[in-house]
Design a protein around this ligand. Sequence first.
Ligand SMILES: Cc1cc2nc3c(=O)[nH]c(=O)nc-3n(C[C@H](O)[C@H](O)[C@H](O)COP(=O)(O)O)c2cc1C
Length: 199
Amino acid sequence: MEPVIERKMKSTEFEFPVTELIEHRRSRRAYSPKAVEPEKIKSLFEAARWAPSSVNEQPWFYLYATSEQSELWNKIFETLTPSNKIWAREAPLLVVAMYRKNFVRNDRPNGSAKFDLGAANAFLSLEATNLGLNVHQMGGFEKQRVIELLNIPETHEPVVILAIGYLGDMESLPENLREREVAPRERYTQDFFVLNKTF
Ligand SMILES: Cc1cc2nc3c(=O)[nH]c(=O)nc-3n(C[C@H](O)[C@H](O)[C@H](O)COP(=O)(O)O)c2cc1C
């Protein structure tokens, strides 16, 4: 049998129509210093609030800091990997996205919690696009450090840090990052991940 890797196909085009928010969402790295309005911050978390979750547990939990809250913002920022720090330092809003490990109702482990957090982050990201904001999720951070600095209890698990803000000037980025900003995005075509028969 042909190795799977040989069959994989990629494309930079949207091959079928989707809602504009999905088409326009993109994880950018150039941020404007303009603050995110408090009501827009509320709308972002409202979008996350209405995501679906297993047995409606809603296991997501967000801790955010605006750059005006410099002490808190810095505690989040300093846990980022050096490559993320290069561009995330301009983001006016940083959000630690975590999940509650156990169900509220019986304190048993919730195997869907991380999955549900992903859905909530996706809702938040699309609402951000709707509000003219950019969200860039980062798995590149020191988990233990963020737990210590923010006193995150054992009941919660941080997964990603989100850099959020209005788009800034791409010229402010180092050249290698600028190139990535303008490069077309690539995705596997559907025949790589959609099946309408048995394996
Ligand atoms: C869970 C997760 C972790 C990510 N971690 C990083 C990261 O540490 N640094 C980074 O620059 N981008 C990170 N990204 C962004 C991805 O690289 C980006 O979503 C992907 O390249 C697709 O690009 P797009 O979001 O613009 O469509 C992460 C995205 C996700 C969902």
